[in-house]
Design a protein. Structure first.
Length: 111
């Protein structure tokens, strides 16, 4: 039987500026899916850009290469990853005049 685990990285938080999600140790898993659920969005031309980052130690980070398409509306979005090493997080950029996103961010891991 395969192992599976889902974790909440951010829960119903409002973001108005650039941020990184809480990092998650997941070296045991061979595949991951990041989910971003936008519950509310406001401002003039708001855009959220999010990119997966990897780390060997949970301290020093590098872009993995997987990115979400730019997000500007409510909804559920995801990206899939493989071959990522020990730690994962998202690096997120918020743009737009007065932009605010209320988000839930999850990671689903599978071996």
């Amino acid at each position: 039987m395969r192992q599976f685990h889902t974790a909440h990285l951010e829960i119903k938080k409002d973001f108005c500026e650039d941020f990184q999600t809480h990092p998650y140790e997941c070296g045991w898993a061979s595949e991951a899916i990041f989910y971003i659920r936008v519950e509310d969005v406001s401002g003039d031309a708001p855009v959220l850009n999010a990119a997966a980052q990897i780390s060997a130690d949970g301290i020093t980070w590098v872009n993995e290469g997987s990115v979400f398409k730019p997000i500007s509306d409510k909804g559920l979005y995801f990206i899939r990853l493989e071959h990522f090493g020990g730690w994962l997080r998202l690096d997120c950029r918020v743009s737009g005049e007065g932009a605010r996103f209320r988000l839930l961010v999850n990671i689903a891991l599978k071996e």
